[in-house]
Design a protein around this ligand. Structure first.
Ligand code: AMP
Ligand code: ZN
Length: 479
């Protein structure tokens, strides 16, 4: 490991802990992935940006890292606590499509958002339905801790030590509130295998020793993490809602499987929610914000990445268009400042400067302190500021290096890239260039009335003309 010691907040102990890898040559991370019954909202993407930052920091600290995100295409019910309909079946019925079509469409849309946000640390995407035989095998091995009822095979949570310790404030209420399953011994017991209701044919169902049906949602993560990462592995991540039901259930399964108290992962990490004025961003509310919604409004996806990096992952982050606009301006300033450095020099890591080294050291100390990206960004700003008294070559080399953690494309992004055409725009870039060429001619001919008229026409179409600026024009974002 290089630099400052890495400390991470472990939800299991509710404390900051030094990170001690099980095998420093192969750090293993599992992130609970999306349920692909719908588009991901920007709150979901915050969870994956956090996981990506963690993966990037681990590599920055010198650890080769295996990082898995799963794709949930079966088993997740409308309530996390085993009640309601299967999200995938419900979406397929509503859209008159097969579940496989639904899964393929939303997986692709998710991967597109992942690419646009520079989420790059995932080494493997594991798909739940590719692991059905393994899930059945796992269920057979923990069968002694389960019981069968009409609905299927259920896990008896009283069989494992300290069930729900991760959730701390676990009450029976959450699990029993909605549509209790008849025959469950304890409200918090959960499905390992759900039998298809008699007479009902499901699109996704498989034979099992407990009848034809589908695995319970929690099973997939225990099975895929065990198969791809082993037991125990280093870090398990997810959104803070998973701390309450999904992860305690995974832990119970892992304990039953190993016949030990080990939770399966050394550290359990959870990102806090992205909220808006109405509360937690969620899909059940109907309309929700997707990354594409932000792009359609004229924002670059990396402005959203920066907005997330500005907050600590354990803090709630409020989404507002103003906050996003502020992040976008900050990104633009960085791109301008770094662009000026790039006009002067190429990055050269062989050129050292104590002032630059000090900022990199402070950057490292910030991200090593439970991924404090908010503080780390201030060191990026010092390195890119016009007044810094160090060579452009060494500063660019340092910025290039720290961008391995930030993932903001700082050495390649240009202001023109940040000029994202809003979906509501009536003009194309080519139209605008044509108008500006005509305006230039009018000015050359000293026809200022015509030149002003063209400018007014562009302004009315949401285009800001910027005389004297090499970029020439920009979209006015109206949010
Ligand atoms: P899902 O597709 O519902 O399984 O969610 C994918 C990930 O997004 C999970 O890790 C959730 O915990 C997380 N998540 C859900 N809503 C939010 C939110 N509003 N802010 C941050 N993370 C969220
Ligand atoms: Zn999971």
């Amino acid at each position: 490991m290089t630099g400052s010691p890495l400390t991470l907040y472990n939800s299991l102990t509710r404390s900051l802990e030094p990170f001690v890898p099980i095998d420093p040559s192969n750090v293993r991370v599992y992130t609970c992935g999306p349920t692909v019954y719908n588009y991901q909202h920007i709150g979901n993407m915050r969870a994956f940006l956090f996981a990506d930052t963690l993966g990037r920091v681990l590599r920055w600290k010198g650890y080769p890292t295996k990082h898995i995100i799963n794709i949930t295409d079966v088993g997740h019910l409308t309530s996390d606590a085993d009640a309601g309909d299967d999200k995938m079946e419900k979406a397929a019925a509503a859209q008159a499509k097969s579940i496989w079509e639904i899964a393929a469409h939303y997986t692709e849309a998710f991967k597109q958002d992942v690419a646009r946000l520079n989420i790059t640390t995932t080494t493997e995407w594991t798909v739940a339905t590719d692991h059905i035989p393994q899930m059945i095998d796992f269920a057979k091995k923990i069968e002694a801790d389960c019981y069968e009822i009409e609905g299927g095979l259920y896990f008896d949570t009283s069989k494992v030590p300290h069930y729900g310790a991760l959730a701390r404030a676990a009450t029976d209420e959450g699990e029993s509130r909605i549509d209790p399953v008849s025959g469950k011994r304890h409200p918090q017991d959960f499905a390992i295998w759900r039998k298809s209701p008699p007479g009902e044919q499901r699109q996704m169902e498989w034979d099992s020793p407990w009848g034809r049906g589908a695995p319970g949602w929690h099973l997939e993560c225990s099975v895929m993490s065990l198969q791809h990462l082993g037991h125990p592995f280093d870090i398990h991540t997810g959104g803070i809602d998973h701390r309450e039901i999904h992860h305690p259930n995974e832990i119970a399964q892992n304990q039953a499987f190993c016949g030990c108290e080990d939770s399966g992962a050394r550290i359990w990490m959870h990102n806090n929610f992205l909220v808006d004025r109405g509360g937690k961003m969620s899909k059940s509310a109907g309309e929700f914000l997707r990354l594409q919604t932000l792009i359609d409004a004229g924002f670059h996806p990396l402005a959203y990445r920066l907005m997330c990096l500005q907050a600590h992952y354990r803090s709630e982050l409020e989404f507002s268009w103003d906050n996003l606009a502020a992040a976008s301006v900050r990104l633009k300033r960085l791109v301008i400042a770094i662009g000026l450095l790039r006009n002067r020099a190429e990055p050269d890591a062989t050129e050292t400067s104590p002032l630059v080294d000090e900022q990199v050291r402070l950057f490292d100390a910030s991200v090593s302190d439970d991924l404090n990206t908010a503080r780390a960004l201030t060191h990026l700003e010092i390195l890119s500021a016009a007044k810094m008294n160090a060579s452009a070559r060494s500063r660019l080399a340092a910025i290039m290096k720290i961008d391995e953690v930030l993932g903001l494309d700082l050495l390649t992004l240009t202001r023109a890239d940040l000029r994202v055409r809003p979906a509501s725009a009536t003009l194309t870039e080519t139209n605008i260039e044509t108008h500006l060429a005509a305006r230039k001619e009018a000015r050359a001919a000293k026809d200022f009335a015509r030149s002003d008229a063209i400018r007014d026409q562009l302004t009315a179409a949401g285009v800001e003309v910027m005389d004297g600026d090499p970029l020439g024009w920009d979209w006015k974002i109206d949010v």
